[in-house]
Design a protein. Structure first.
Lengths: 317, 241
């Protein structure tokens, strides 16, 4: 039985009224032994300061706002959305820069335990500014169009292809263990375990300790809202779309007369996804040693649907 | 002669014959997921094998030629007509439709084929092509390690010579060379019918000690010739034992 409790609290802050949506959610998951409860989820509006303040005054007030807003440490995992659209005035680049710097300082200090930060705005250009600022200051934040579209949350930091694939898989299920991600990607558990640990250390994944035979679980921001629609967390994960798209693009070249384009596309793919190929190879080698033909077939055919769609004949004639 | 495998007939020409699910169900009255061999006695399936064992090119077309989307006519005697389409990407010659031929009658094969084409129901669907890809992957997995190791053994016996073979749908060429007691296996994989997952399976099948992807080194040539830069990629690894 899923149980959902939501309430809205109005508080005042340095920029005026702050609307805080708190969702305390308890869910009986389809994987109760593996899936921790949903993280606490807060949505906050950013502070807006008078434009005539000096840089030093702005910095000081932003720091105070961040310190007051992030009231942690909180018990258990915590996802905070700072919704830039919640203000009636757009923040300028200088303010955004200060906001990102101050949030980054708090996040890097890791004062709040298991904590993820998502900055949201429907304005793509503002998202791009925040992304550039966060990348420049190496601040581990996610960006999304709105607090209610956390399934579209993407990290502002540059990631390796394997890190991106791992994050996408975790984002599909909310919480995932190493074995779930390794199985989804057809990768070696040791490889995925390292990537997950690094992403958690970088502040891009929540982590809850496992016990006994249950491994650590890693959480994506979507875990905070996955149950808000009263839907159970999904347990079926698929190969990341981006990777399927690349395999499909290669498939589209085959059978045409592309000169060397096919081999060039392959070489680029193999260079970019060397880690993933290595993990797939190790997994296949293990399955072959275990004579697990069904597992091998599952791995070899995991891109079949995307491949088939990409090479659909066009019978417009 | 070729051989049947699940929903396909593997022709001597290195490509497959398959029947679309719609054609199986509506035109041939067969289950859409059945083994094609169970229909091997049907006139149109026999015609497919006899006329297209080594060449998928039709002698006549259904309607005007339409480039890569041209439908071919398949004839068996006076009464049986089929419409075929060759999917060069997947290496599959599809039987897309079948009808008994009654010249001038409203239920003749050609108006029927034309109606299917206009209704955009004649070409294989995504599900058809996905089923073909899955069958090809199963053939690949069934070929490793036995066929893969047979090829490695042959190449080791004929050192310095090229040994060509197929691992499922994937053509491969192997050359083993030995220098001061160290044997090295070189391979060229034809990637026109493969995807990266299939490539990983091919490498695992060929490498006798398949613990490390890093044991494979990308190459640009076989010891016997340069790679075909339009469709081959190359690797080498040391042979153990």
């Amino acid at each position: 039985m899923n149980r959902l409790t939501k309430y809205v609290r109005l508080t005042s802050g340095p920029g005026g009224i702050l609307v805080t949506l708190l969702a305390d959610v308890f869910v009986e998951s389809v994987m109760p032994s593996l899936t921790p409860a949903a993280p606490t989820w807060d949505v906050r509006a950013p502070t807006v300061l008078p434009l005539m303040l000096s840089a030093e005054e702005r910095r000081s007030q932003f720091a105070a706002w961040v310190s007051n807003t992030i009231t942690g440490p909180v018990a258990g995992p915590y996802v905070l959305s700072v919704d830039l659209d919640a203000r009636d005035r757009d923040l300028g680049v200088v303010e955004l820069d200060e906001l990102v710097i101050q949030l980054g300082a708090q996040l890097k200090a890791r004062r709040f335990g298991e904590f993820l930060l998502v900055v949201t705005t429907h304005d793509p250009s503002m998202r791009e500014v925040v992304r550039a600022l966060a990348a420049s200051h190496e601040v581990p934040i996610y960006l999304a169009p709105s607090p209610y579209e956390l399934d579209q949350a993407v990290p502002a930091m540059d990631l390796t292809p394997l890190q991106g694939s791992v994050l996408q898989v975790v984002g599909q299920v909310g919480w995932a263990t190493t074995s779930v991600v390794a199985q989804a990607l057809g990768s070696h558990q040791a490889t995925i375990s390292n990537v997950l640990a690094n992403l958690a250390s970088a502040g891009l994944l929540l982590r809850t300790e496992g016990s006994g035979r249950i491994g650590h679980a890693y959480g994506h921001p979507i875990a905070a809202t996955a149950v808000a629609t009263d839907e159970p967390l999904r347990t079926t994960v698929t190969i990341p779309d981006a990777l399927n798209d690349e395999i499909a693009a290669i498939a589209r070249l085959a059978g045409q007369d592309p000169g060397q384009m096919l081999t060039v596309a392959w070489q680029e793919f193999l260079d970019r996804h060397h880690d993933l190929m290595a993990a797939t190879y190790s997994n296949m080698a293990r399955l072959m040693k275990e004579n697990d033909r069904a597992g091998l077939i599952e791995l070899v055919t995991r891109s079949a649907a995307a491949h088939a769609r990409a090479t659909a004949p066009s019978d417009e004639t | 002669m070729g051989r049947f495998h699940r929903g396909a007939y593997i022709a001597d020409g290195g490509y497959e014959h398959r029947v679309t699910a719609r054609c199986l169900e509506e035109d041939l009255g067969a289950p859409e997921e059945g083994e094609l061999e169970s229909l091997s006695g049907h006139e149109i399936i026999r015609a497919l094998r006899h006329k297209h064992e080594r060449d998928p090119t039709p002698t006549d077309t259904v309607g005007p030629a339409a480039g890569a989307m041209t439908l071919g006519v398949l004839r068996y005697g006076n009464d049986h007509r089929g419409a075929t389409w060759f999917d060069s990407r997947a290496g599959v010659l599809w039987l897309c439709a079948y009808r008994v031929h009654r010249s001038g009658m409203p239920d003749d094969a050609f108006p029927y084929f034309d109606g299917l084409r206009r209704a955009r129901r004649i070409f294989p669907t995504d599900a058809d092509r996905e089923r073909a890809l899955r069958d090809q992957a199963i053939r690949l997995v069934e070929s490793i390690p036995e066929e893969a190791q047979r090829l490695v053994g042959e190449a080791a016996t004929r050192q310095g010579e090229e040994c060509a073979g197929m691992l499922g749908p994937v053509p491969v060429c192997l050359v083993v060379i030995e220098i001061e007691g160290i044997r090295e296996l070189h391979i060229a994989v034809d990637i026109r019918r493969a995807d990266p997952n299939m490539l990983a399976a091919v490498l695992v099948g060929l490498c006798p000690n398949p613990d490390e992807f890093g044991a494979w080194r990308p190459t640009t040539a076989l010891p016997t010739r340069p790679l075909d830069r339009t469709c081959e990629i190359g690797y080498s690894c040391l042979l153990q034992g």
